[in-house]
Design a protein around this ligand. Sequence first.
Ligand SMILES: [Zn+2]
Length: 421
Amino acid sequence: MLKIIGASCVFKCDQDFSILQDGGVLFECDPHSSSNQILKIQDFATLTQEYPHLQATFYSDCVLLPAFSNAHIHFEFSNNQSHLLYGDFPTWLSSVIAHREELFENLTQGIQREINLQLASGISSVGAISSYGYDIDPLAQSPLRVTLFNEAIGSNPQALDFLYQNLLERFEKCKILKNHKFSPALAIHSPYSTHYVLSKKVALLAQSESVKLSCHFLESKEEKQWLYEKNGWFQEFFSHFFKVANAKPTMNAHEFLDLLSNLSPLFVHCLFADDAIFDKISQINGSVICAPRSNRLLNGCYLDLDRLTHVKLAPIFSTDGLSSNYSLNLIEEIRSAFFGYAHLDAEKLAKNLLLGITRFPAIALGNNNGELKEGKDADLAIFPCCGIQTSQQKPLHFVLYAQTQVKDLYINGIGEYTWKQ
Ligand SMILES: [Zn+2]
């Protein structure tokens, strides 16, 4: 079963950001196939002449591009609206601990709402950080392409066996649910919150199971002080919340990276990483994921993208969870980021923001999507974008004017969301 769709403008999201005017895509759409792929990308008129018997739809005043990937999201924090405090990291983290219980009340509805929002926002793929496992079933049953990062956290030496056992149970459950759209994976919360012994076990497990690994890393200046100078606010934090007197970090930043050196890990935030850290991340084939609005709310700054470029790391943009954002819509996220990075060349930044939610996260998550190319999975999104036909700055105008709700979304060649006005 084959289908053709086309639009006034097609963004291939290849390395050169090729754009096709009045382009079309021929793709497989067999409902029983686990791998419906893109077969041809061409001028829409030529494609429909070549395959006159096929169903073909053309979207005027619209952009057709690869469906988006939200590489870092916490569905389990979907209930937060005004429980948590913003402005600086210590205030925020303390408010998370204080409100933990109430944030998880009646969670199923909130998780489902945000799954639907991902689909409505043109997102086909998510990298979901799962701290407790509440999101496993709803995500496995959703149409989304999911990398489910089962997270380990905890620094109390007496609790490590229990915590690892709990992680294994969640991971085993995910392995049973594994299919072409659901990939089990692992996460270490961060080097400040996860004991070295537990982190090492998780890294070894990721290696032996050949699964992806994600972690928060150097998100705050307090974390940097803790890992490098072994003092500061985190000492107070462990004493106040966990009654540990004279707590010390169980590893430094470089020891943490050494643990992960064979895993091509995904590092989230890295706001306070220095050049030596970025160098090492690049050497171990890691990826860096930004969450600009989360960074603004918790740490009052954005990641310096020039420093990533310097070590040939491609920027990836994600929303993080509702614990540190007001919306998990990716177009809104990159629109905010566009205005946050006022010093960068506008047209170049617009292209990078779009590649940062398509091509680059697909590579980091190990998915065969994120680019319109023969042989890639047919994960496609169509967005209304008034005036795009005549625009001389198409990527930039898309970032500014695209509707934030997708018109049609295809995942694995199947229509999974249609905007009903
Ligand atoms: Zn996060």
